[in-house]
Design a protein around this ligand. Sequence first.
Ligand code: FES
Length: 192
Amino acid sequence: MSQAQPAPTSPPPTAPATDPAKPADIWEWFDEKFGRRQFLLQSGWAFFWVFLGGWLLSNLRYLFPNVLYEPSLSFKAGKPEDYPVGVSEKMKKTHRVWIVRTDKGFYSFWARCTHLGCTPNWFDTENRFKCPCHGSNFNRDGDVIAGPAPKPLWRCAIKLADDGQLLIDKARLENRGGAREKDDFFLPYAGA
Ligand code: FES
């Protein structure tokens, strides 16, 4: 009696050879390293917090608006004795005013052309202010004598401060004939 021979078996299928050091794709690598779900979750939260932080910062910025710190409109211009009779441009660069001394007292102009706002220059020999932009001319009283300017130059309020210095206030202006030569817009000066 012959013994039954076991049926020949085929060798078990072998998995395709892979390089364990080299994952098949990037997701697999993340999966191995951190876990893909965790990675996606953490990335989502990171984006959320970055977005929220940016939004909060941009809103906080509105609580601190840009502020322009300009020089005060009121300022001291030194002692009257510092000014000889005539038009002084001493304060033009820092405060944009001229200070005029006559034999009766002081007044002050805002050095701004009444046409479009350029800064005129004083010409002593011609006895006039001339605007370089469109040619307006103003006399020593501030009246327009040439060019397109529609109104006289503005005078600033002027008085003596407690310490004896000239105090100019550019917040108070006047250019009407009859009003500009008195009250706060002309400072009689005994020493003139
Ligand atoms: S701005 Fe002075 S003439 Fe135009």
